[in-house]
Design a protein around this ligand. Structure first.
Ligand code: RFL
Ligand code: PHB
Length: 391
């Protein structure tokens, strides 16, 4: 098979890139390791930045988003024995965020790819990248017992943290930056009406969070020790922990019930630089991971896709290599800004096992500054919103 761009990974970044390239007449193929049902069943992010919503609108993916997405002016922070604080994005940036699950986005993208006759090959096993330093790279994969080959001009590695694309870049040409956290988020999904806002609750036992998917579907999280598994957390234990960590007036508004899903997400910060090597680009979780505090992961994947599609369109339509050459540098500025805000919010809102009282005093001081300073409120809202795309 011959194509212009071979996209590895059919998650949100790979599918969105495929959709946009197609809209610009650029031939592409998506290779996804899992079945379509598996990819669509994954429960992950739930908050979209203004830029992400704009991209979905610009490319006609907003029909369901506009029906069931819930615009939000910001996010509430509750704090044990201190006043609450609202990160007021609307007030400080004039923009809103949107509550709309990643699962819906993936469904919308698969539906659009099918409608437009996009080439998405699921259950592609043993995907391998070849000759990425040349102008004629190719990708091989196995399906139904046969080995297939895709020849292309560029490869887009959109295959998440564990995929083969990042690993194809020689270590002598890349640098990795890590931060591991000694805790994770235990999350549950419950068929109950959610509370009105997204809420982060700081408590001396650990963080708790309220999120939402639709009018009858709520998502809640509690900070949990890193080695805990869902089996360690009965529904009763989960609810008791969550409700203790929320101030009483909020706890009584939370509608509990049996969980329909329960999972543990480890927290990690990670960046691999540069995001291009020869004819290979990496985008989304393949290139970077943020902890979920701040909900930046999916939004950052979309921002990479914005810069990457722009570079590829300008190359294939005008023979221009300037944006190809600047992709990594431009994308990384936004990546590091998201890494920074996610790290700061994680530090602000979690209890770090074994930390000394000095660290705790600094945390409280950071929060007190937010309560008293409009300059600090503005700065946080600006970064939390996600930086504007660069020209
Ligand atoms: P994805 O979604 O991981 O998709 C990558 C796709 O590549 C496929 N793949 C391969 N395909 C072919 N060959 C191979 N060898 C392959 N290896 C992997 C995978 O099957 C998959 O379909 O990356 P993408 O598209 O860059 O999208 C990124 C977002 O999914 C991610 O940033 C967020 O979901 C992160 N994240 C969250 N972000 C938020 O903003 N808010 C959240 O609440 C939130 N919760 C989460 C999360 C990520 C989680 N992970 C990674 C386990 C919760 C979890 C549990
Ligand atoms: C979610 O909707 O699951 C969600 C929202 C905000 C976060 C993390 C997760 O920071």
């Amino acid at each position: 098979m011959k194509t212009q761009v071979c996209i590895i990974g059919g998650g949100p970044s790979g599918l969105m890139l495929s959709h946009i390239l197609d809209a610009n007449g650029i031939d592409n193929v998506v290779l996804e390791r899992q079945s379509k049902e598996y990819v669509m069943g994954r429960i992950r992010a739930g908050v979209l930045e203004h830029n992400t919503v704009q991209m979905l609108r610009d490319y006609g993916l907003n029909e369901r988003l506009d029906k069931i997405g819930k615009p939000k002016d910001g996010t509430l922070i509750l704090w044990e024995n201190r006043p609450e604080f609202f990160i007021d994005i609307k007030k400080w940036t004039g923009k809103q965020m949107m509550a709309y699950g990643q699962t819906y986005i993936t469904e919308d993208l698969y539906a659009a790819r099918e409608r437009d006759g996009g080439a998405v090959i699921c259950e592609a096993q043993n995907v391998a990248l070849h000759d990425i330093e040349s102008d004629t790279p190719h990708v091989t994969y196995e399906k139904d017992g046969n080995i297939h080959r895709v020849d292309c001009r560029f490869i887009a590695g959109c295959d998440g943290f564990h995929g083969p694309s990042r690993k194809a870049i020689p270590s002598s040409h890349s640098q990795e930056f890590h931060r591991e956290y000694p805790f994770g988020w235990m999350g549950i999904m419950v068929e109950q009406p959610p509370v009105e806002n997204f809420i982060y609750a700081y408590h001396s036992d650990g963080m708790a969070m309220a999120a939402q998917r639709n009018e009858m579907l709520s998502r809640y999280y509690v900070q949990a020790p890193i080695n805990d598994t869902p089996e360690d957390w009965s529904d009763d234990r989960f609810w008791e922990t969550l409700l203790t960590r929320f101030p009483e007036e909020y706890a009584k508004k939370i509608k509990t019930g049996p969980s329909i899903e329960k999972s543990m997400a480890p927290l990690r910060s990670f960046v691999s630089e540069p995001m291009r090597h020869g004819s290979l680009f990496i985008a989304g979780d393949a290139a970077h991971i943020v902890p979920p505090t701040g909900a930046k992961g999916l939004n950052l994947a979309f921002s990479d896709v914005h810069y990457l599609q722009r570079a590829l369109v300008s190359y294939f339509k005008g023979g221009n290599v300037a944006l190809i050459d600047s992709y990594s540098q431009t994308a990384l500025r936004r990546v590091w800004s998201a890494e920074n805000i996610s790290w700061r919010l994680t530090k602000l809102l979690h209890v770090f096992p074994g930390e000394d009282p000095f660290e705790q005093k600094l945390r409280e001081n950071d929060y007190d500054l937010l309560l008293m300073s409009e300059a600090a409120q503005h700065a946080l809202a600006y970064e939390y919103m996600g930086l504007p795309f660069e020209d």
